[in-house]
Design a protein around this ligand. Structure first.
Ligand code: SF4
Length: 399
């Protein structure tokens, strides 16, 4: 499919909107009262520190809503305002935050339901309004919505579109896109739908395996089994790894994406010689600034003496999980929660350990005095962070 020609036509269509409907100012007032915090700016002004009694809160210098997420929330609210009676759908959770998604449900903005592990688009009627979330939608979904004459409100973050453009460039040069991401993540599914040939690698370990295969060849069957579900149809590791370009899911660990890029660069240079590198390797910088800033700010927090780290964000949020990973690597006891409701009475916390199901830990706030580092993922409103801080302070003061 000529994805470029399709998106060009789609963007010219009168049923397509990616700029909003002119209600941004009215909507901003509603959003501010729902998601903004009065406390957070005060903490920021106080060198990102709040001290009350025996509790010191240290906030990361960058955290929470990124502009891509905020923009998508504004567009969703604007869409409801502009189409007050229309049936409105979102192809997936608008962002990975349960409270924001519930607010949208309350506005009768519905999510496409899942049926046997797949999205059931049969619920979408002709001429319904459909919002594409911040992390985008696959080209096949867009095509189907266009065929149904739906009004498409495209809230895809421009940083995500930038990755799609990189993948389009790989395709034009007939090179294989190596996508650093999770093959089942909505953003990576969307990104790979723009590629012709692609291979998705989850981490350094998988990238090393692929590079080793490029240099020394290996067991083809083992390769195909290892990457099942993570490559394009007809992909052949013996033929399709001669020219590669790097792309990424925007919320992966920035340092890992960079390492993977360098690993492939070294590999291609070794295999084909430095003078032929440009023919075999391409890397356009597609790392999102917001992800980078939040990860850098998290690293900055570790320069301070923290007793506990609290990472707030949706349990299925990739960027929040990476922040949690960083905290674990630093050796600080860390808890990933998605709202203040996870702070339970009796000094208990309901949290999600990395790679495990949600569980309750007791006595998590045992130390006095205590210094708690706090950060939140790119889809977490400041209000959720504020509510969590209030709850901890109330608990510690015995209120
Ligand atoms: S994290 Fe980056 S790519 Fe993702 S929505 Fe935010 S700004 Fe966009």
């Amino acid at each position: 499919m000529d994805t470029k020609a399709f998106t060009r036509t789609l963007k010219k269509s009168e049923n397509y909107n990616r700029k909003g409907f002119g209600h941004a100012e009215e909507v901003a007032v509603v959003i501010e009262s729902a998601y903004q915090s009065n406390l957070i700016p005060k903490i920021r002004e106080n060198n990102y520190t709040l001290q009350q009694g025996d509790v010191t809160i240290k906030l990361a210098k960058a955290f929470g809503f990124c502009w891509g997420v905020e923009r998508s929330v504004v567009m969703a609210y604007e869409t409801r305002k502009h189409f007050p009676t229309a049936q409105i759908w979102i192809t997936y959770q608008l962002i990975h935050n349960p409270s924001v998604n519930q607010d949208l449900r309350d506005l009768q903005i519905n999510f496409i339901p899942m049926m046997n592990g797949k999205k059931d688009f049969s619920v979408v009627g002709n001429n319904d309004v459909v919002i594409l979330p911040a992390f985008g939608a696959s080209i096949q979904e867009m095509q189907m919505l266009k065929e149904k004459s739906c009004t498409i409100v495209d809230a895809t973050c421009p940083w995500v579109s930038k990755v799609w453009n990189a993948v389009e460039k790989h395709k034009k040069k007939k090179i294989t896109s190596i996508i650093h991401g999770k093959y089942s993540h909505a953003e990576t599914i969307a990104t790979s739908s723009f590629a012709d040939k692609y291979l998705i690698v989850l981490n350094n370990l998988q990238a090393e395996y692929v590079c080793n295969y490029i240099l020394n060849s290996g067991n083809r069957d083992e390769f195909m089994a290892k990457f099942k579900g993570a490559y394009s149809e007809g992909f052949d590791p013996d033929q399709d790894l001669e020219q590669v370009g790097i792309a990424n899911q925007t919320t992966m660990m920035k340092s890992e994406t960079e390492e993977i890029g360098k690993l492939f660069e070294r590999t291609m240079s070794k295999k084909y010689g430095p003078d032929k590198l440009n023919e075999h390797y391409q890397n356009l910088n597609t790392i999102c600034d917001a992800t980078q800033e939040r990860q850098d700010a998290m690293a900055g927090l570790f320069n301070q003496k923290l007793d506990i780290m609290l990472v707030i964000g949706g349990f299925n949020s990739s960027n929040t999980t990476h922040l949690h990973e960083m905290a674990i690597e630093s050796g600080i006891p860390s808890y990933h929660i998605d709202s203040d409701s996870r702070i339970l009475s009796g000094n208990r916390i309901e949290h999600k350990p990395l790679g495990c199901e949600v569980e309750i830990s007791e006595g998590w706030l045992h130390k006095t005095p205590v210094v708690i580092g706090v950060t939140s993922g790119a889809s977490t409103p400041d209000k959720v962070v504020e509510d969590t801080i209030h709850k901890i302070l109330a608990m510690k003061s015995g209120r």
